[in-house]
Design a protein. Structure first.
Length: 283
């Protein structure tokens, strides 16, 4: 199960940083079902598998922090036996999953208060927190329009558009990424998720920066939604990921290179607000 989860994360079969963090945490349950001769062997296996999960996407701050939290919760008490170590593992997993899910729900609920009835929104990528915020706004009785970018090359925005099309009260239009600036003057707000914010820089799915630039130039407020824990310090070094050229071009590239970065960097000064489970940061 752990190897399968590592592969899913590497291949981006699981979308949304909070979903990835939960999936990775749950994968460690498999270790508690195995037999280990000593507690030392169990702890070594836990750390090795946790490192493999973290390496599956080194750009995910929440994946890094939740895995670190689980391993620390098991190793720091210096468990006397394997049974105790397994119990601590299960308790840490439950705690992390609850923490991630509740933070997402609180951030989404706070972001929903910024979405007004009859708003026209633009979203990018597939963020489970943004989707929850939209659901909360719908539950409050609002209806609105949404422009969803395709979020190439993985087309994650298509998934968002299909999900939104199932909801009453939302008129959704799927647009190519390069059309975001074209439709921006029609929008009341841009709402996106986040991978992390390091100092004064937002790291998120590639394409976020040009959208933020267009929104800033047009005077459309841009709101980023995510857990407060995604504000990270020097303990986490963001590493951008160069994805496979085959995601962009199926046939071999002859005479030219294919660049496929997963994320880009957006100065927070281009944003209107960052909404977390703790507060609304205004810029």
């Amino acid at each position: 199960m752990i190897d399968e989860t590592v592969e899913e994360i590497e291949e981006m079969q699981t979308h949304g940083s909070s979903v990835v963090a939960i999936k990775a945490a749950e994968a460690l349950r498999a270790l508690t079902e195995r037999e280990f001769p000593t507690v030392e062997e169990y702890l070594r296996t836990l750390e090795r598998n946790s490192n493999a999960l973290r390496r599956a996407n080194p750009s995910h701050a929440s994946l890094y922090s939740t895995q670190h939290e689980i391993v620390e919760a098991v190793t720091e008490p210096d468990p006397a036996d394997v049974s105790t170590a397994k119990r601590l593992t299960l308790e840490a997993i439950e705690s992390v999953v609850d923490e991630v899910e509740s933070a997402k729900e609180r951030a989404a609920a706070r972001a929903a208060t910024l979405i007004e009835d009859d708003d026209v929104l633009l979203i990018h990528d597939y963020s489970s927190t943004v989707m929850t915020a939209i659901d909360d706004a719908l539950a409050a009785g609002h209806s609105f329009e949404v422009y969803a970018t395709e979020s190439r090359p993985r087309y994650l925005g298509r998934k968002a558009a299909r999900k939104l099309a199932e909801r009453e009260g939302v008129d959704v239009t799927l647009i190519v990424d390069s059309a975001a600036g074209h439709f921006m003057p029609e929008c009341d707000r841009v709402v996106v998720g986040m991978d992390c914010i390091v100092e004064d820089t937002l790291y998120n799915r590639v394409g976020t920066y040009p959208i933020a630039t267009a929104a800033n130039d047009t005077g459309v407020p841009m709101t980023v939604v995510g857990a407060d824990s995604k504000y990270v310090d020097g303990a986490f070094a963001f590493e951008n990921e160069s994805r496979s050229p085959s995601e962009v071009l199926l046939e071999p590239a002859e005479g030219f290179d294919v660049a496929n970065p997963a994320y880009d960097a957006t100065p927070v000064e281009l944003l209107d607000s960052v909404v977390t489970d703790e507060e609304i940061h205004e810029y």
